[in-house]
Structures are given as structure tokens and as C-alpha cells.
Design a protein around this ligand. Structure first.
Ligand code: ASP
Length: 351
């Protein structure tokens, strides 16, 4: 809800807002597809766990069409109590958009939601502080039963994720800035370098925001556009996180000997794209959201323990992708708006 409410200025910024949201949603959906594809390519290198503390009781898989129909809850309580993630997201989107449409009258609701968001984020932070102990306890029996090869296979998931991160930046962002941003991809990467280094070391999109804004303005993006596109992107646009979720979902499924079918993968694309709106731009947030993605296709949440120990390494790379996606959007939207203004000016000088 907080993510949606952060888009409240969207009506004021009109076509810039629409272009930004379309760009963010499309690139995130492509990112998760790349993540799933990368995970499937590397699947042969992922282990299948022998009997361990991590057990999985397969739930019935639902066809994708039923998933779409089923994302609309019949009431507001059951999805929360039964952790039906897609329904929870749909409720959040609905309430978030309604709050934006109501406007000033909804100010107390905005305050309340943002304040609860801060409280829940704090809870998450406190729980994450304990996670090293929890992860240690969960992973111990897995290593005891399966041997240290399971730890070696973590290197393969990391490699898969990093290859997908790089592929996404080289293919999607390079093409976007080249064709829609009027900028050479190499110049874009050069201009982004300092923000990328900062994101890599801080693992925080929000922390990288000031340096990313400066970088985009240096590359020629409009100040007005960057000051709308980048803060919004740091809140709702998480392509790197989406890639990570795709790769990890395949890895965890493979560890349990589960083959995800096409409809489950499409459900993952849908959930991860929507979940990225709610992922905070702070270290570790993507791992918490992974739980939501796994739950949406009935994968065992315990599996997160397998990747949690090396989450920081995943996080460094995914944050770089996250902020680079925001910057590419600022370049693209600035160029499109410039072209639009030039066209208008040419038309009015003709008349
Ligand atoms: N650390 C990431 C970011 O700030 C979010 C995540 O954990 O995926 O963009």
C-alpha cells in the first residue's frame, strides 16, 4: 500500500507518470522471465536434497487461468489469515489506488499506512538480525545429510543470478537507452559507474538515490524528470530483485526435486512483478519478498534458508540492477519528453 501511495503525484505528472509506470512494469516482467530462464539453464547444476529437515508436501497446482480468477478475494480477512499472497497484493493495490483517488480526505489513512509500514519494516529488521542463528540451525542438518556439496552449489546459484543480472543490464537497459533514450549504451554504463559502485557496496537503492540522481542529471536527464522517476523507482522498481527471485525459486524447487510447470512460472512472473512494488530499497528486503513468491506457487518457505546465508552477495548485485533500471528509465523518459516538446514546438511554428 505504501508503494502505491508513493505514486500519488502520478496524476500531476501526467504522461511522464504513465511512461514511467509502463517502463517499470515491463522491465520488471522481462527481468523475472530472464531470472526463470537463467535458473532453468543452470538447473542441471543444482542439487536435489536427500532426506533432511527441509521437507515438502506438494500442494495441488492450479492452472494459470484459475490463478488469475483466484487473485480476487471474496473478503478481506481470509487472504490475510491464510497467507494467499496474490490476493493480499490485490487488496493492497486496490486500497492504495483508492487512497490516491480520494485525495486530501485520505491524508490520515496515508499517515497511518506509512507509519505502520515503518513499524513492520522495523519488525523485519529485528527478525533479520536473528536470521544468522536461524539460518545456521536450518542449514546444519541439510549439510549433515547432504555433505558440503550443497554449499558448493550455492556458488552455482550465485553465478546464475549474476549472469542474469548482467544479461538484463546489457540487453534490456542497453537497448532501451539506445533506441528510446538517444544515448550510446557504453556512455550510459560509464555515467552509471559511480552509482553502481555505491549500490554494490551499500546494497540499498534508497541510500544510492542522491548519487544516482546526480549521475542521471550529468548524463543529460531532465532534473524535473529525475526527481520524479528515481525516488519512485527506488520504492517500486526492483528488476534485480525480480531476477533473484526467479533464480532462487527454481533453485529451491530443484533442491526439493520439484519441477515447476509453465502455469506456476507465470504465477511467479505475476507475483514477483507485483511484489517488486512492495519491496523496500533497503538491504535484505528482497529476501523477505522471496517468501511471498515461493508461497504463491506452494514452494516450501524453509528453502529460503538455503540461500539466506549468502543473501548479501545476491543483494549487492541486485541493488546494482535495481538502480540502473531506474536510471535507464530517467534517460528514456527525458528523451521521449524532449522529442514530444520538439514536435509540439515544430507544429505550433508551422501553424
Ligand atoms: N537491497 C535491494 C535494494 O535496495 C532490495 C532487495 O533486497 O532486493 O534495492
Amino acid at each position: 500500500m505504501s508503494g502505491i501511495i508513493s505514486m500519488k503525484d502520478i496524476r500531476k505528472v501526467g504522461s511522464i507518470g504513465i511512461k514511467t509506470i509502463v517502463y517499470y512494469l515491463c522491465t520488471t516482467a522481462v527481468a523475472i522471465v530472464i531470472g526463470l530462464a537463467g535458473g532453468n539453464i543452470f538447473k542441471g547444476f543444482f542439487p536435489i536434497l536427500e532426506t533432511s529437515e527441509l521437507t515438502y508436501n506438494p500442494s495441488e497446482t492450479t492452472p494459470f487461468m484459475d490463478t488469475i480468477v483466484g487473485i480476487f478475494p471474496s473478503n478481506f480477512i481470509t487472504p490475510l489469515s491464510e497467507s494467499t499472497m496474490l490476493q493480499v497484493i490485490v487488496m493492497a493495490l486496490l486500497i492504495g489506488f483508492a487512497i490516491i483517488l480520494v485525495g486530501d480526505e485520505a491524508a490520515p489513512a496515508v499517515k497511518g499506512i506509512n507509519s505502520f509500514n515503518a513499524v513492520f519494516m522495523k519488525c523485519m529488521e529485528l527478525i533479520l538480525k536473528l536470521s544468522p542463528i536461524g539460518v545456521f540451525c536450518l542449514i546444519c542438518p541439510v549439510v549433515a545429510v547432504n555433505g558440503s556439496t550443497i554449499l558448493g552449489s550455492l556458488a552455482m546459484v550465485l553465478l546464475a543470478a549474476y549472469i542474469c543480472y548482467i544479461a538484463h543490464m546489457l540487453i534490456v537497459y542497453s537497448l532501451a537507452v539506445n533506441f528510446f533514450g538517444g544515448m550510446k549504451p557504453l556512455d550510459f554504463i560509464k555515467g552509471q559507474l559511480s552509482s553502481m559502485i555505491f549500490a554494490f557496496s551499500s546494497s540499498s537503492s534508497v541510500g544510492t538515490l542522491p548519487i544516482n540522481m546526480k549521475g542521471c542529471e550529468k548524463m543529460g536527464a531532465d532534473k524535473e524528470i529525475t526527481s520524479f522517476v528515481l525516488p519512485l523507482g527506488a520504492t517500486i522498481n526492483m528488476d534485480g530483485t525480480a531476477i533473484y527471485q526467479g533464480v532462487c525459486a527454481i533453485f529451491i524447487a530443484s533442491c526439493y526435486g520439484i519441477n515447476l510447470d509453465l502455469s506456476q512460472m507465470m504465477t511467479i512472473v505475476l507475483t514477483a512483478t507485483l511484489a517488486s512494488i512492495g519491496t523496500a530499497g533497503v538491504p535484505g528486503a528482497g529476501m523477505v519478498m522471496l517468501a511471498m513468491v515461493l508461497a504463491s506457487v506452494g514452494l516450501p518457505l524453509d528453502g529460503i534458508a538455503l540461500v539466506a546465508g549468502v543473501d548479501r552477495i545476491f543483494d549487492m548485485g541486485r541493488t546494482v540492477v535495481n538502480i540502473t533500471g531506474d536510471a535507464s528509465c530517467a534517460i528514456v523518459v527525458s528523451n521521449l519528453e524532449r522529442k514530444k516538446a520538439a514536435k509540439k514546438a515544430a507544429q505550433s511554428s508551422n501553424t
